[in-house]
Ligand binder design. Structure first.
Ligand code: SAM
Length: 191
């Protein structure tokens, strides 16, 4: 499948990391926090065509950090996403914040990809939300792990990993970034 570039933000390196780590995914109920134009959604659907994919996004950016993705035209982002998924029954969009989604009744996901608000505090909340909606043996994948300074996902991810019974999947750690850090952090729930 060809993934057009603009206005996508997900590019070749992230998809390469997905490709390498995908062997660890099992089951058929997936959740993505932050769907944007649906690039990861389409990748997941092409690789796991039978899986139910729940996409959660405000499609207006982060309520707390409106500066994130602020160079994008949300109308274009939204229309790209919905035109891509409209005929795919397995893809289920939820137009809401991740906090609201995690407060709802959906549970038992096999794979959860966290790529929404990138602040440390919100990634921490998303990680805890994901943990309570993840089945035993399920996987959480965090994007943008390579940023190491400031208000970044990594601080929440490291805190989460050290406080929960998870196994780190490091197969794709060599999909390095300019600073040589792993682009994503994938973890498997041990109990
Ligand atoms: C980096 S983009 C996601 C990229 C996407 N995974 C892909 O495959 O292209 C981040 C997305 O998260 C959404 N977002 C930010 N904060 C959110 C929140 N608190 N709840 C739900 N979605 C949020 C934004 O609207 C934006 O579309």
């Amino acid at each position: 499948m060809i993934f057009p570039s603009p206005p996508d933000v997900l590019g070749g390196p992230e998809l390469k990391a997905f490709e390498i780590n995908a062997q660890h995914i099992s089951g058929s109920r997936f959740l993505q926090i932050g769907a944007y134009t649906g690039a990861a959604t389409l990748w997941l659907h092409s690789r796991f065509p039978e899986a139910e994919i729940h996409d959660v996004d405000t499609w207006t950016g982060s309520p707390l950090h409106p500066e994130q993705c602020s160079d994008r035209k949300w109308e274009e982002v939204t229309s790209t996403y919905f035109s891509r998924v409209k005929d795919i029954a397995q893809i289920i969009p939820h137009i809401c914040t991740s906090n609201d989604f995690f407060a709802s009744g959906y549970v038992d996901f096999d794979f959860i990809y966290i790529d929404g608000d990138h602040s440390t505090e919100q990634v921490w909340r998303d990680a805890l939300g994901a943990w309570s909606h993840l089945r035993l043996g399920g996987i959480i994948a965090f994007d943008d792990y390579h940023h190491i300074k400031g208000d970044v996902p990594r601080k929440a991810v490291d805190r989460f990993v050290s406080g929960h019974n998870v196994v780190v999947i490091s197969d794709a750690d060599l999909i390095a970034t300019q600073n040589g850090e792993p682009r994503q952090r994938w973890v498997k729930r041990a109990n």
